[in-house]
Design a binder for this molecule. Structure first.
Ligand SMILES: Nc1ncnc2c1ncn2[C@@H]1O[C@H](COP(=O)(O)OP(=O)(O)O)[C@@H](O)[C@H]1O
Ligand SMILES: N[C@@H](CCC(=O)OP(=O)(O)O)C(=O)O
Length: 391
C-alpha cells in the first residue's frame, strides 16, 4: 500500500515544458513487497516512457532494484546493510533480471549503462558517457542506467541512484528530473513516522529548513530516503533542471504525467539550463593553459554566439586535455571567453590557423569542426554576463 494512500489526493500542477527527461525509479517500486522484482508498478512507468516517445520526447531511465532482485534470487537471507561485498555480489546477480524486466515492458530495445563516480569525474570518460547516451537516444534505444556496484566502493561510489540520476540529467542536458518513489510528495516530516506531516507541493528554493525535513529510507529495500532525493534536486537545480517527485504506485499520477501534469512535489531550477551552464563555464577552475585568438575571433566570441574555429587560433599555451575548461585570450592577453576544448593542447597547437576542413588531414581524425563549440563556450564580455544569476 502506498504510504500516503490514506491521505487526500494531491492537486495537479503543470509540469515545466520538457523534451528530454531522466526518470529515476527506486527499489521501493520495483521490489515493492520487499521481495524480488515485480512488474506491478514498472508497467505504468514503462507506459509513460512509451507515451513520451510517441510525443517526440526522450527519456533516460535510471533504475535501482539490482540488489533487491539479487537477494530474492538467492532465496536466502542476506542482511540489507553490513557487508559491502555481499551487496555488490547481489547487485551483479540482480542486474540482468532488472534489465530484462524493463525489456519485457517495452517494444524498443533496452541498453544497459553502468556508471561510477570515477567515470563522471574523469573528463574524458564523462565525455564518452555523454556521447554514448546521446547516441543511444539517437538510435531510439531506451538507456537504463544504474551504478556499477561491482567496482563502486567508497570514493568511487555515487552512493545512491537519486544523486546518480541528477548527474546523468546534467550529463545529457535533460530539461527535467523525474523521481518516482513510494511516497507521493515531500512532506514536512517522514509520513511513515509522523501522521501529522503535510505535503509540500512546490519548492522554489531548497533552504536548510526544507533539507532538515527529509529523513532516510523508510522501507527495507530503498537506500537514501528523501534526503538523497533533495540532494539530487539541489544538484539538478544548480544545473538549471527542475525536479518532480511523485508516487510511482499511483496509476492516476503516472498517467497525469503523460498529459503534462504533476501530482507531487515540483522543485524549481535556479535558472535556465543555459544560464547555469554559462555560470559554471565562467567560474569553474580552468585547466593550466590558454588559447590566444585573433581580433576577428575575439570579436565573434564576445558576442556570445559563435564557436571558436581553428582559423581564429593564433597560439596555444600550457597543457590541457580534450574536454578541459580553458581560458581564451585576445592578442593583448585580455581574457575574452572560457570554454570546453574539443581538442587537447597538442592537437590545438597543430590546428592553429588552419581551416576546419583541414582538421582530418592535419591530425588524421576529427572531433568536429570547432576547437570550442558555442554550446560549450561562455563569453566574458559584459553584455553577455548581465542577467547572470548569482550562485
Ligand atoms: N520528509 C519526507 N517526505 C517524504 N518521504 C520521506 C521524508 N523523509 C523520509 N521519507 C521516506 O523516504 C522514502 C522514499 O525513499 P526510499 O525508501 O529511498 O525509496 P526509493 O527506493 O524509491 O529511492 C519514503 O518511503 C519515506 O518513508
Ligand atoms: N544500485 C542499487 C541501487 C541503490 C539505490 O539507490 O536504491 P534506491 O534508493 O532504491 O534508489 C541497486 O540497483 O540495487
Amino acid at each position: 500500500m502506498s504510504i500516503a494512500s490514506a491521505r487526500p489526493a494531491l492537486p495537479e500542477q503543470p509540469l515545466p515544458a520538457w523534451r528530454r527527461a531522466v526518470l529515476k525509479v527506486g527499489s521501493s517500486l520495483l521490489a515493492a513487497d520487499g521481495g524480488g522484482l515485480n512488474a506491478r508498478y514498472a508497467e505504468a512507468l514503462a507506459g509513460f516512457i512509451s507515451a513520451s516517445r510517441e510525443q517526440g520526447r526522450e527519456v533516460i531511465l535510471v533504475s535501482s532494484g539490482a540488489v533487491a532482485a539479487g537477494r530474492a534470487l538467492l532465496r536466502q537471507h542476506v542482511p540489507s546493510g553490513g557487508d559491502l561485498a555481499a551487496r555488490q555480489a547481489l547487485a551483479a546477480l540482480g542486474q540482468a533480471p532488472m534489465i530484462a524486466l524493463w525489456q519485457s515492458l517495452g517494444t524498443r530495445p533496452v541498453a544497459q549503462v553502468l556508471l561510477t563516480h570515477d567515470d563522471l569525474r574523469n573528463r574524458r570518460r564523462y565525455l564518452n558517457a555523454r556521447a554514448t547516451l546521446r547516441e543511444l537516444l539517437a538510435l531510439d534505444v531506451l538507456p537504463v542506467v544504474n551504478e556499477n556496484d561491482t567496482v563502486a566502493v567508497d570514493e568511487l561510489k555515487l552512493g545512491d541512484n537519486d544523486n546518480l540520476a541528477a548527474i546523468v540529467a546534467a550529463l545529457v542536458d535533460a530539461d527535467l528530473l523525474l523521481i518516482a518513489s513510494d511516497v507521493d510528495a515531500l512532506y514536512s516530516a517522514d509520513p511513515r513516522r509522523d501522521p501529522a506531516a503535510v505535503p509540500i507541493t512546490r519548492v522554489d528554493a531548497l533552504t536548510p529548513e526544507l533539507l532538515a525535513m527529509a529523513g532516510g529510507s523508510g522501507s527495507s529495500v530503498g537506500t537514501g530516503g528523501m534526503r538523497t532525493k533533495l540532494e539530487a534536486a539541489t544538484k539538478a537545480a544548480g544545473a538549471g533542471i527542475a525536479t518532480a517527485l511523485f508516487s510511482g504506485r499511483d496509476e492516476a499520477t503516472v498517467s497525469a504525467l503523460a498529459r503534462g501534469f504533476l501530482r507531487g512535489t515540483l522543485i524549481a531550477a535556479w535558472g535556465t539550463r543555459m544560464q547555469a551552464r554559462k555560470y559554471w563555464l565562467r567560474h569553474a577552475p580552468a585547466a593550466p593553459g590558454r588559447i590566444r585568438v585573433d581580433a576577428g575571433a575575439a570579436r565573434a566570441l564576445a558576442g556570445g554566439r559563435a564557436s571558436l574555429l581553428p582559423g581564429g587560433v593564433l597560439g596555444v599555451e600550457g597543457d590541457f586535455q580534450r574536454g578541459d575548461l580553458v581560458e581564451i585570450v585576445d592578442e593583448a592577453d585580455q581574457p575574452v571567453a572560457r570554454g570546453l576544448c574539443q581538442y587537447g593542447a597538442t592537437e590545438a597547437r597543430r590546428l592553429a590557423g588552419r581551416h576546419s576542413r583541414e582538421i582530418e588531414q592535419v591530425l588524421g581524425y576529427s572531433y568536429g569542426a570547432e576547437v570550442v563549440h558555442r554550446d560549450d563556450l561562455a563569453s566574458l564580455a559584459h553584455a553577455e554576463m548581465t542577467g547572470e544569476r548569482t550562485a
